[in-house]
Design a protein around this ligand. Structure first.
Ligand code: EPS
Length: 379
């Protein structure tokens, strides 16, 4: 069983990710983790904090001579802007942030809440997810996230090979797969910047080459769609999660929703074992289990709640009306969000992989994986 926690405040010394139950024997490449951390810091519309930080990972425990030991892994991302002890209390809660609610719940300072509620915490999740992607890579699984919409501007993905799509995404200022939409997206972010406003949008993640049978139909807390929704919904600023057709399925009759099944023996060596579908409206999940089709997860990000032109609020000490606090903020962190959702999905999939093929070591997982495929082809 893979367990995962993070620790750390936005302006504290560091962010930590703690992974327990990660199999032994995976040779890890920290440059791949650093690459994901750098991507998380990028994208058009990011604020001043990212100019101060240069996020890189330090592996504190659980690795020896470059390979995992099966013991707990602690990853550290140090904060350059480490000034928490000198920071003042905030008195004017921001609508949409955890400021007011957390201060009331914990009967304490707003500062104590916002430091942990901050999306800076996602650096730790991305570091852990980037490690999970390396485990999934051993089984040929790819996880790929991108932006599909900024506010009202749709940026539908182009259908190309994964390598071409990666090139397209990595050249895009907002990590879209649609260069035509990028110019309009950049102009809209510039407009929001001038107006002191913030913007959200929609991101999508596709995971390919997943085998049949991750997750389970047997119990609510083992269903992979539920686990993915929980993990993605818990990312800062996420307000909606869809799998496959998602909400669109509610607007169609069953005949236009469900993915008809055929069998093609010549494709028996593919992840779908030859059980081919002409559509993938289920987004790769049926009854809470992967069905051999690509997994498609979508998430809606609200605009960031720290506005340069602040919304109305109150002073929590005097209870008098005042504008909400503003320190500094991103205008749009949607590109970063696509990296975060990608890595959070990867972490959830790695946990499901370990549950299904589990074992203490990668060698054992691989042999169980191969044995399962052999049995499944005979089914
Ligand atoms: C973030 C760092 C934060 C914010 C942002 C995400 O840094 P600071 O608060 O010092 O500017 O830019 O967090 C929020 C959006 C938020 O509301 O707290 C990061 O590294 O991603």
């Amino acid at each position: 069983m893979l367990r995962f926690f993070t620790a750390g405040e936005s302006h504290g010394k560091m962010l930590l990710a703690h992974l327990d139950g990660f199999p032994a024997g995976l040779t890890i490449d920290t440059t791949l983790i650093d690459r994901e951390l750098a991507r998380r810091q990028g994208g058009y519309g990011r604020g001043g904090r990212q100019k101060l930080e240069a996020d890189t990972v330090e592996v504190l425990t659980g690795v020896w001579h470059g390979a995992t030991l099966g013991s707990p892994i602690v990853l550290c991302v140090a904060n350059q802007d480490d000034k928490l002890e000198r920071m003042k209390e905030v008195e004017r809660p921001r609508p949409g942030h955890g400021d007011l609610t957390g201060a009331i719940k914990y009967l304490g300072p707003i500062r104590g809440v916002l430091e942990r509620a901050s999306a800076r915490e996602t650096a730790a999740r991305v570091a852990a997810g980037a490690l999970a992607q390396q485990l999934l890579g051993e089984f040929g699984v790819t996880v790929f996230g991108y932006v599909t919409q900024l506010e009202q501007i749709a940026a539908p993905p182009h259908a190309r090979t994964l390598t071409e799509l990666r090139t397209l995404r990595d050249a895009s200022p907002m990590y879209t797969l649609n260069p035509e939409a990028d110019a309009r997206i950049v102009a809209r972010v510039d407009q929001a910047t001038a107006a002191g406003d913030t913007l959200g949008g929609i991101v999508e993640v596709r995971a390919e080459n997943l085998p049949f049978g991750l997750g389970s139909h047997t119990q609510w807390d083992r269903k992979l769609d539920g686990l993915l929704a929980q993990a993605v919904m818990s990312i800062q600023a996420i307000k909606g999660v869809e799998i496959g057709l998602g909400f669109e399925a509610a607007r169609r009759p069953g005949s236009q929703v469900h993915d008809e099944i055929a069998y093609d023996e010549t494709q028996a060596n593919r992840p779908h074992l030859g059980y081919v579908r002409t559509t993938n409206n289920a987004g790769g999940l049926e009854a809470g289990m992967t069905n051999g089709q690509p997994l498609v997860v979508r998430a809606a990000m609200k605009p960031i709640s720290t506005l340069r032109r602040p919304l109305n609020s109150i002073n929590l000490r005097t209870k008098e009306p005042e504008a909400a606090a503003y320190e500094r903020s991103d205008v749009c962190a949607l590109a970063a969000c696509s990296v975060i959702v990608e890595n959070v999905v990867a972490l959830t999939l790695a946990a499901a992989f370990i549950e299904k093929f589990g074992g203490d070591s990668l060698v054992e997982m691989k042999s169980r994986y191969a044995a399962f495929l052999e049995l499944a082809r005979q089914r």
